[in-house]
Write a protein that binds this ligand. Structure first.
Ligand code: NVA
Length: 311
């Protein structure tokens, strides 16, 4: 059966652990797996700005022996000149997998339904599962076992990173608290999915409006931009609303002294995170950015193996 990574809970707890273990192996030995040797092509389609995602997939696919084929979503004019269904069937006949950054989760699901090859979410408005695999890998490197680890996400919990953290964190058996202003918690339906997963993994998911209480004792402190792609018109109002949720040294002082700081980047120093925290000794953001490549190589390898060996 063709498997996809459209949202974080497309991987079961055991599968997530398998992918993370493979990511660690591939980091230690970058050319150990060559599932794309041939070389096979992977389509990288971007409808939205990208830096880390494009470079880490391009480098990672090359390391897997494959050929990364970047498609400019603007030139393809999907949704206007070409329907998503038609693009899916065309790309699926040229590429062994499709990686797509786009706004709407429903379009990604359509792509997956029609492509006939694995489809990977390279960020939508709702989820950023590739980033979460890199984040979990980074936490595991710094702190060891993921299960039972206390995580606080401060800021815009309603963005892709907030949603993905509750789902992926629950899958890993972590205790995830999201601190955001009223109306900016992760989506209710996503919280329900995450809580159901947490029930089986021993993790937990909570939301609050109090960043200090949420940060108390946290072992991982995460934030993200307050102005996600597509929200640029709301910048002034968001900067005011989210100001009490800035990840500063003062907030970090409430966390565990060995807490790891994560930010998926791009970071806006003096807004959602202070320069002092971003560049400080607890920050793991550059490892986190590097780990995108290792984690994505692992997920592509894993998805292609499922395609070939459905057992
Ligand atoms: N929440 C951010 C993540 C950027 C990688 C955005 O959607 O712009």
């Amino acid at each position: 059966m063709t498997r996809h990574l459209l949202a974080d809970d497309d991987l079961s707890p055991a599968e997530q652990a398998e992918v993370l273990a493979l990511a660690a192996e591939l980091k230690a030995s970058p050319y150990a797996a060559k599932p794309l040797a041939g070389p096979l092509t992977v389509a990288l389609v971007f409808d939205r700005p990208t830096l880390r995602t494009q470079v880490s997939f391009t480098a990672g696919i090359a390391e897997l022996g494959g050929n990364p084929m970047t498609v400019d979503g603007g030139l393809a004019a999907m949704g206007s000149r070409e329907s998503v269904e038609d693009v899916a069937r065309v790309l699926g006949r040229q590429a062994s997998a499709i990686v797509w950054r786009t706004a709407h989760q429903a379009d990604l699901a359509t792509m997956a339904a029609r492509a006939g090859v694995p489809v990977v979410n390279a960020l939508t408005d709702d989820f950023h599962p590739c980033q979460l695999l890199a984040d979990l890998m980074t936490v595991a490197e710094r702190r060891g076992a993921l299960a039972g680890t206390r995580v606080v996400f401060v800021g815009d919990g309603s963005c892709n990173m907030g949603n993905s953290w509750v789902l992926a964190g629950a899958t890993a058996g972590m205790h995830v608290v999201v601190a955001s202003p009223d109306g900016y918690a992760p989506h209710e339906q996503v919280l329900e999915r995450a809580r159901a997963i947490a029930d089986s993994t021993g993790g937990s998911v909570a939301v609050t409006t109090d960043p200090r209480a949420a940060a108390a004792g946290a072992e991982v402190v995460v934030t993200d931009t307050w102005i996600s792609m597509g929200r640029e018109q709301e910048a002034a109002e968001r900067e005011q609303l989210f100001a009490p949720y800035a990840l500063t040294s003062d907030l970090l002082a409430h966390a565990d002294p060995g807490a790891v700081v994560l930010h998926c980047l791009p970071a806006y120093r003096g807004k959602e995170i202070s320069a002092e925290v971003l560049e400080g000794p607890q920050s793991a953001v550059w490892d986190e950015a590097e780990n995108r490549r290792h984690a994505q190589k692992a997920v592509l390898t894993w998805l292609l193996e499922q395609d070939r060996d459905p057992s």
